[in-house]
Design a protein around this ligand. Structure first.
Ligand SMILES: [Zn+2]
Length: 169
């Protein structure tokens, strides 16, 4: 039987390209010395409007998550209708802080490559303890958001980036 977490989603090439860009941004974050997370904010017609990567180390601020930055960008630049019709593609499932910011500014769908549950498993396999914030699923923070993920065909790339980042510490 297939569980919800192993459900395979289908995306067109444009959406897969946005997801691959998230993976590339996560790799860029490692090159800069930050944790491997990247996100892209996409309009209803499929146009990438803004992107960011994690900057927690280089920005000396552990709240500099790309999903949080994109929520703020959306609040500053998009109408409420544009936000609701937009999609945030992201390498890793939103943390509770970012889920809340996403919902507070009225953004729409989220597509993530790797789930928070997967990240916790990978980090625990490296002997790394729990984060200071519980890894609650997006739906527990923002029940009105349409959420899709994980994306099996890209998940292992994100796993590899987390292993690479930890190997550099
Ligand atoms: Zn976050």
């Amino acid at each position: 039987m297939q569980s919800a977490s192993s459900k395979s989603w289908s995306f067109d090439e444009t959406e897969l390209a946005h997801l691959r860009r998230c993976v590339a941004l996560a790799a860029e974050a490692i090159d800069a010395g930050d944790e491997p997370f990247g996100s892209v904010l996409v309009s209803a017609d499929g146009t990438a409007l803004a992107e960011d990567r994690n900057r927690d180390n280089t920005g000396a601020d552990q709240t500099l998550h790309p999903e949080f930055q994109l929520a703020r960008w959306a609040a500053a630049h998009l109408t409420l209708a544009e936000r609701a019709a937009a999609t945030v593609f992201t390498s890793g499932e939103h943390c509770p802080m970012c889920s809340a910011a996403h919902a507070w500014v009225g953004l729409g769908r989220i597509v993530y490559v790797a789930s928070s549950t997967q990240l916790v498993t990978w980090l625990s396999e490296l002997g790394l303890g729990p984060a200071p914030v519980n890894p609650l699923p997006i739906q527990q923070i923002a029940p009105g958001i349409r959420v899709e993920g994980p994306i099996p065909q890209l998940t292992e790339e994100i796993h590899a980036l987390h292993l690479l980042y930890r190997s550099k510490l």
